[in-house]
Design a protein around this ligand. Structure first.
Ligand code: ATP
Length: 401
């Protein structure tokens, strides 16, 4: 087991593409670190540099305190699990797992012990004699994991290992990978573009964009205190609602105003984000998570100064909850990079509706809500959980510099 350190890790491909830019990351022994970001953000390139499959342009990779920049993959004592986990079709599950060890001339007893141990951890004991084509997708994926586990490496590197599985199996295997990693306590770097996978698997999650690390934190930290607009929109589903708003002084306190809505900020909100006072009289970007809105008619004594009033566009009944979409008469905010991340079609749809209705918001309400399409609804905002961003830099507004 080992700590992995990346120091100013940089990759420039021969054609001049700067895929990874001065990436600093420390992954303590036993940690499950997820690299997440939209396609092309450089996460695979970063992982391949750690593995030794891609030459490092600049910077340092250390595994277990040792600089491995010039070591070939074999010398780094790590095991990789890829999306395309080619198993040998003519070999049984047992032989597929044992193969790498045999090549390294381990004795038969030791090979047997390791394969059986891994099979037990992975729940593969009953299928060890089967060939890959007679295994289910999940079992094949487990055999691929088994191949990595039997090597008893210093670290696991995984690149989208679940993306070839169907949705249900992916959720099952996700839980499985989390369980196995926790049992084995092997340092792991896991690459995915799926923020849900990142949030559910990672001890910590590193969000990348365009080769640059945006933020690294525990999943809850990313959700509660996103460093910038990109992280705010990338993490969480449905995505955070964002709108341009003015910070104003009112009744001795402060409030944010957008369209016809004004939300009063209480002392605690301001105490948690002292830097906000500097923005008095200025335009900022306010973020409201869909979960931080409630149907005010169901909350006795819901204060008037913490509400949005809106006409419901679309009501989606999800069973345990209800998504309510509505327009807010204020300028929409959507970063270009986020646009790339969520796809051109979604952006076009958003833009078209925004022209008509201003910003489009989503609220995630309890199923008791009586909100109806084309009718007005009053939504109570949990103002302590509001998010604030600097319009110029896109950075979250938190502490005084
Ligand atoms: P994905 O999820 O789509 O795999 P990623 O975040 O893993 O994306 P990388 O595969 O690391 O991203 O690619 C980062 C950038 O480097 C992209 O702009 C990509 O086009 C570029 N790139 C990758 N491999 C090469 C290469 N061999 N030569 C030139 N550019 C490359």
């Amino acid at each position: 087991m080992a700590q992995i350190e990346l120091e100013r890790l940089t990759k420039v491909y021969p054609d001049g593409t700067r895929a990874v830019k001065a990436l600093d990351l420390e992954i303590p022994d036993g940690e499950f670190m997820v690299l997440v970001g939209p396609s092309g953000c450089g996460k695979t390139t970063a992982l391949r540099m750690v593995a030794g499959l891609e030459a490092i342009t600049e910077g340092v990779v250390r595994i277990g305190g040792r600089v491995v920049n010039d070591l070939p993959p074999k010398g780094r004592d790590i095991a990789m699990v890829f999306q395309n986990y080619a198993l040998y079709p003519h070999m049984s599950a047992y032989k597929n797992m044992a193969f790498g060890l045999k090549m390294r001339n381990l004795d038969r007893g030791e090979i047997g012990r390791r394969v059986r141990d891994a099979a037990r951890v992975l729940g593969l004991e009953d299928v060890l004699s089967k060939k890959p084509r007679t295994l289910s997708g999940g079992q094949r994926q487990r055999v691929a994991m088994g191949r990595a586990i039997v090597r008893e490496p210093l670290a696991f590197l995984m690149d989208e290992p679940l993306s070839n599985l169907d949705a249900k199996l992916r959720v099952e295997m996700r839980a499985e990978i989390a369980r196995i990693q926790r049992n084995l306590e092997v340092t792991t770097i896991y690459v995915t573009h799926d923020q849900v996978e990142a949030m559910t698997l990672g001890d910590r999650v590193a969000v990348m964009r365009d080769g640059v690390l945006q933020q690294v934190d525990r999943p809850q930290g990313l959700y509660d205190r996103p460093a910038n607009l990109f992280v705010a929109e990338f993490i969480g589903s449905p995505a955070m609602n964002l709108v341009g708003a003015d910070v104003e002084r009112s009744d001795g306190g402060m409030s944010v105003q957008f369209g016809e809505n004004r939300l009063l900020l209480d002392d605690q909100t301001l105490a948690d984000r002292p830097a906000l006072r500097r923005f008095e009289g200025k335009r900022i970007i306010v973020g409201i998570r869909p979960d931080d809105l409630e149907d005010a008619s169901l909350v006795p004594g819901a204060p008037d100064d913490r509400r949005l009033s809106a006409v419901v566009d679309i009501r989606e009944d999800m069973g345990s909850e209800v998504f309510v979409h509505f327009g807010v008469d204020a300028p929409p905010v959507r970063g270009e990079d986020v646009a790339a991340a969520i796809g051109a079609e979604a952006i076009e749809a958003t833009a078209a509706q925004a022209r008509e209705k201003g910003s489009l918001f989503v609220a995630r309400l309890g199923r008791e809500t009586t909100a109806r399409e084309d009718e007005r609804v009053e939504l109570l905002v949990d103002t302590r959980r509001l998010h604030f961003f600097d319009t110029e830099t896109g950075s979250g507004i938190y502490d005084e510099a």
